[in-house]
Design a protein around this ligand. Structure first.
Ligand SMILES: Cc1cc2nc3c(=O)[nH]c(=O)nc-3n(C[C@H](O)[C@H](O)[C@H](O)COP(=O)(O)OP(=O)(O)OC[C@H]3O[C@@H](n4cnc5c(N)ncnc54)[C@H](O)[C@@H]3O)c2cc1C
Length: 268
C-alpha cells in the first residue's frame, strides 16, 4: 500500500467509503487513484494488551460492536447512535477520524476514553494522543503517505461514562452537539474526569477548563451547576443550520447536568 501511495501521492484512501461516496455522488469529487483499505490485515486487528486495547482503524463499526460486546460500556452505548446498521456495516473509525469533521461522532467518545492513534508511514509508526491529532478545521497531524493504523484505548477504563448526541432526529442523523464523559470518583470526590466534545469548535475538543474546575471537588449538584457555567463559557461555537451558537452553549451545560443525573446512583 505504501508503495502505491508513494508512487501516487494524490491517491485517495478509501475504507468503508461512506463519506467518500457522498463526496463522489453529491460534490462530484473524483480521484485518479483510489486505495482500498478494507482488506489490509494490519488495519483489521483487535488486540487486548495489559495497558490498552488496540483497535484496527479499518474494522467496521458493526464488527467492533460484535467483537467488543459490553467490554467498553461507553462504546456499547455509542454504536447504536451512529448512523444506521447499513452505514455501520461499512463505516470505520479510521474513516471517521480521517474526515476530521468537527461533528464526527467518534471523537467525543474516543477523547473521553483518552484514546491515542497509531499513525503508520512507510518509514515506521508514531503514537499521538487523539487530543493533539486535530490541528484545525478538517486538518490533522497526518503527513503525506501516513495513515491511521489503529486506535489505542488506555486501560483500565474510568468506571462511569456516558455519550450524548443532540440532533434533529433521534436516529440516523448528524450531531448538532455531541459529548462523551468519563468519570472516576474517590468517595464523592472527582478523582478524574475527561470530557470530549463535538460541534462546539472547528475541531473535536477536550473541555480542559471544565475538567480542571471539577477535579478534586465533590460530585454534587452545586459543583456541577458551577461547572455547567464553565463549560458554557469555554467554547464559542458557530451558528449554522443545525443550531445556533446560543443553543449549542446551552446544550453543553445541559449535557453535563444530564451526565451528573445519570451518575447519581454512583454517588447515592
Ligand atoms: C447516511 C449516512 C449517515 C451517517 N451518519 C453518521 C453519524 O451518525 N455519525 C458520524 O460521525 N458520521 C456519520 N456519517 C459519516 C460516515 O459514515 C462516517 O464518517 C464514517 O465513520 C466514515 O468511515 P468510512 O470508513 O466509510 O470512511 P471513508 O469514506 O472510506 O473515508 C473517509 C475519509 O477518511 C480517510 N480515511 C479512511 N480511512 C483512513 C485511515 N485508516 N487513515 C487515514 N485516513 C483514512 C479517507 O481518505 C477519507 O478522506 C454518515 C454517513 C452517511 C452516508
Amino acid at each position: 500500500m505504501f508503495r502505491i501511495t508513494a508512487d501516487h501521492p494524490q491517491a485517495k484512501l478509501v475504507a468503508g467509503g461512506t463519506d467518500w461516496a457522498v463526496e463522489v455522488n453529491q460534490r462530484f469529487a473524483r480521484a485518479s487513484v483510489q486505495v482500498g483499505l478494507d482488506q489490509i490485515p494490519e488495519l483489521r486487528s483487535l488486540v487486548w494488551h495489559s495497558r490498552y486495547l488496540e483497535i484496527g482503524a479499518g474494522l467496521t463499526l458493526s464488527e467492533l460492536e460484535a467483537a467488543l460486546g459490553s467490554s467498553i460500556p461507553l462504546l456499547q452505548e455509542w454504536f447504536p447512535r451512529f448512523a444506521s446498521r447499513l452505514i455501520r456495516n461499512r463505516a470505520t473509525l479510521g474513516g471517521n477520524l480521517g474526515t476530521a469533521s468537527p461533528i464526527g461522532d467518534s471523537p467525543p467518545v474516543l477523547l473521553a476514553l483518552r484514546a491515542e492513534l497509531v499513525l503508520a508511514h512507510e518509514a515506521g509508526e508514531r503514537v499521538v494522543p487523539l487530543a493533539e491529532f486535530f490541528t484545525g478545521y478538517r486538518q490533522t497531524q497526518l503527513q503525506p503517505g501516513e495513515i491511521i493504523r489503529a486506535i489505542r484505548i488506555p486501560l483500565p477504563l474510568a468506571p462511569t461514562a456516558h455519550f450524548y448526541k443532540v440532533c434533529k432526529r433521534p436516529m440516523d442523523d448528524i450531531s448538532t452537539v455531541a459529548a462523551g464523559f468519563a468519570l472516576e470518583l474517590e468517595g464523592r470526590i472527582v478523582r478524574s474526569i475527561c470530557i470530549g466534545l463535538g460541534g462546539v469548535a472547528p475541531t473535536p475538543v477536550r473541555a480542559y477548563h471544565t475538567e480542571a474546575a471539577l477535579l478534586g471537588k465533590p460530585w454534587d449538584e452545586r459543583t456541577v451547576q458551577a461547572a455547567a457555567e464553565t463549560i458554557r463559557a469555554e467554547f464559542t461555537p458557530i451558528d449554522d443550520h443545525r443550531g445556533s451558537a446560543a443553543y449549542r452553549k446551552a446544550m453543553l451545560g445541559r449535557l453535563l447536568e444530564k451526565f451528573f443525573y445519570h451518575t447519581s446512583e454512583v454517588v447515592a
